[in-house]
Write a protein that binds this ligand. Sequence first.
Ligand code: NAD
Length: 351
Amino acid sequence: MSKLRYLVTGGCGFIGNCLLRKLIPLENVEVLNIDKLTYASTEYIPEDKHLNKYKFKKIDISDEKNVTKAIEEFKPNYIINLAAESHVDRSIDGPKEFINTNIVGTYNLIDKAYTYWKSLPKNEKNNFRFIHISTDEVYGSLDKGDSPFTEESNYLPNSPYSATKASSDHLVRAWNKTYGFPSIITNTCNNYGPHQFPEKLIPLTIGKCIKRESIPVYGNGQQVRDWIRVEDHVDGILQVVNYGEIGEKYNIGSQNELKNINVVKDICKIFNEINTSDEYNYEQLIEFVDDRPGHDIRYAINNDKINTLGWKPYYSWEEGLRETVDWYISKPEYFNVKTKKSYSGERLGKL
Ligand code: NAD
């Protein structure tokens, strides 16, 4: 049986790392990970027994020559595009990198993938898929009583980050509608779990609890996000690779809407339970700070469409968060190693 070749971009990032952990142990699979290795990346090392199934190349997705070479040499059956600049705060202080990677990089990748796809024999051409990973933030912000975003919701991005992701979604859609390129888009909500760069809300809060430093919470902390465990999101992506319809979009959410302040309090509660040595209450670390400009009030997404592909989230919030806290506590060095590259602007944490 011939092997299925997956080209993953951004495999050294938070979600990419989880995708590689799930993909590589599968039978008859080979993976090429191309990643620019930005500050947000962590090295992915497969188990010894899987080393021959995994290749890595340090490549920027906007690099025309090297992206072409990587695709032509590896001859992928599937491309899954996760490479992106992903932190809203950084996009507010420096949008250019977001435009370079999320827009120009995605354009370059689909352009080179399209040229490759056209050259394939009929059978391989029919089976090829390009999966573009995007965010619920492209839909803008909901008010309290509004229904969750569906795949038909208008695009109304509010931050430079979400505007670049929206642009990339439009490019991927246009290559399908104009050229018949076999692409599918997924839009997910806030992911949490192991290996996330500790500038984002959950690892940031856990790191602050470990060090007993103040936990910055934007504004009044009432902003609502839907939180999905990263493993559930990746299972959804793989379901879309196998069963998704070409030219379609799929929202991947967890129907787990939580206010930011409650996410922080739930983490503090876990630390209060774990710490039996003194009477310390971790909630005293919470510090409300000036709100992020243009801060979206609420995101929530409707899962009905991806449910029809036989996917639903597995993790409960309680179990998923507890395991996540335990993982970061077991790796305190994760916070130290990263400190030198951490975000140093005025805004803190993806809320
Ligand atoms: P991340 O920031 O943790 O990782 C991004 C990875 O992409 C890093 O390894 C980085 O080195 C790499 N990268 C950045 N620019 C690159 C370039 N020009 N060329 C090649 N590689 C490059 O991001 P993540 O949280 O893993 O997110 C992955 C994807 O999922 C992104 O497209 C993001 O927009 C989307 N997404 C993430 C979330 C979330 O909660 N984390 C939610 C919705 C959507």
